[in-house]
Design a protein around this ligand. Structure first.
Ligand code: HEM
Length: 369
């Protein structure tokens, strides 16, 4: 398939673009101060661990995408952050808020069977025992015909094939301009960044819980108006029939040339009947993370301001975290890739890095052992 093709610079992406999987685990970890080197070394072991579990049932197609948060990047590397990597930007609307919550490492584990996901999550946690804390763990499942728990088919308008590759993966050219704008030393490193970061992407994750009682009190017509699609048959409303505060209107965005700005989503349902928790775990991958951020602004602040997404009246964002998803080559050997690109040893730390550490232990420049 297209996504497996090597990139111009020969880097392989991680397995971000996979067919919809029936099961997923979203594991978000924070790395304890002083354990940055251990976490970095572990990045190179993930592919092997995934093979260990996945090979035992290859037809069930286990995959794991690993992401690195902004804070951990500053603690692990002296190289400047990839241009789109920063803490999740909180969106505080008049009525609803998308909070920004901690996360150093993301593991997006998918398979046809939950036991494979669970085994890999367990091995990851065991390998990092004592070095990390679990910030969030969600076991997601596919619900009927790709529906979210609100009852609507979710994922229909995702880009596919080359469109998905273009939406998701950074190309070498993507860096030069942005880094040049960032100035001086960073600009000099732009060529290196292109080499090190092509084939990578960004993920934004959010855990939502739903007010199912309120949602189910709506008529089907009112629910359909909230999304802008029919419920049973998943047909998109005609443009003139879509409400300005519908999910589809607020999330259909274009660049200045009128091209669609797209992301690739892979939401999963989760829940617990005992605690009456009904949720959607939202994940979107994008080469240009400002695309996802613009969608979030439209949903929470509104477009125009105040016209916020109707589905938020029944959906509460509990978490929000942004991760850099490096290429597989980078994950296998981060220091090697950075050094080869001229971004590693000797490079000036990014300006933001200085504010990260709590004085000791946290800074990448402090030896861990
Ligand atoms: C479309 C559900 C959150 C971006 C949709 C659709 C559903 C849905 C049912 C229509 C079918 C489809 O094309 O997938 C949900 C639920 C959410 C959620 C239940 C959380 C409670 C988000 C967030 C974003 C987002 C946070 C972006 C930051 C999009 C986009 C589309 C879409 C871009 C396609 C719009 C189009 O081009 O037609 N979503 N979504 N969604 N959603 Fe969401």
């Amino acid at each position: 398939t297209v996504w497996q093709q090597a990139f111009p610079n020969g880097k392989s992406p991680q397995r971000v673009l996979v067919p919809p999987s029936p099961s997923a685990i979203f594991l978000v970890l924070t790395v304890r101060s002083g354990f940055e080197e251990q976490a970095k070394d572990f990045l190179g072991e993930i592919a092997g661990l995934t093979r260990t579990v996945g090979f035992r049932s290859r037809e069930d197609d286990l995959s794991c995408v690993t992401g690195i948060g902004a804070d951990l990047w500053d603690r692990m590397f002296t190289a400047p952050r990839p241009p789109g990597l920063h803490p999740f930007i909180e969106q505080r609307g008049d009525v609803h808020t998308a909070p920004s919550t901690p996360g150093d490492l993301l593991f997006h584990i998918r398979a046809r069977r939950i036991d494979l996901c669970f085994e890999l999550a367990r091995l990851i946690r065991d390998a990092l025992a004592g070095a990390v804390d679990v910030a969030d763990e969600v076991h997601g499942f596919r619900y009927f015909d790709e529906r979210d728990i609100l009852g609507f088919v979710d994922g229909t308008e995702n880009p596919e094939d080359q469109g998905a590759v273009d939406a998701v993966f950074l190309q070498p050219d993507d860096f030069t301009e942005e880094l040049a704008e960032a100035g001086s030393d960073v600009a000099a490193a732009a060529g290196g960044a292109a080499a090190a970061y092509a084939g990578s992407t960004y993920a934004i994750v959010q855990k939502y819980t739903h007010d199912m009682t309120g949602w189910e009190a709506l008529s089907v017509e009112e629910q359909e108006a909230a999304f802008g699609r029919t419920k049973l048959s998943d047909v998109e409303f005609a443009e003139e029939d879509k409400a300005p505060n519908s999910h589809l209107v607020l999330n259909s965005i274009e660049d200045e040339d009128g091209n669609d700005r797209e992301v690739v989503r892979d939401n999963m349902v989760f829940g617990s009947v005992g605690s009456e928790e009904y949720g959607t775990y939202f994940i979107a991958y994008a080469a240009d993370v400002t695309t996802t951020e613009q969608m979030l602004e439209n949903m929470f602040i509104g477009d125009p301001v105040g016209t916020y997404d109707r589905i938020l009246d029944f959906s509460t964002a509990e978490t929000g975290t942004l991760f850099f998803i490096p290429s597989q080559d980078f994950l296998d050997d981060p220091d090697g890739e950075l050094a080869e690109a001229g971004l590693g040893i000797g490079a000036e730390p990014a300006a933001e890095a200085e504010s990260t550490a709590d004085g000791d232990g946290g800074a990448a420049s402090v030896p861990v052992d």
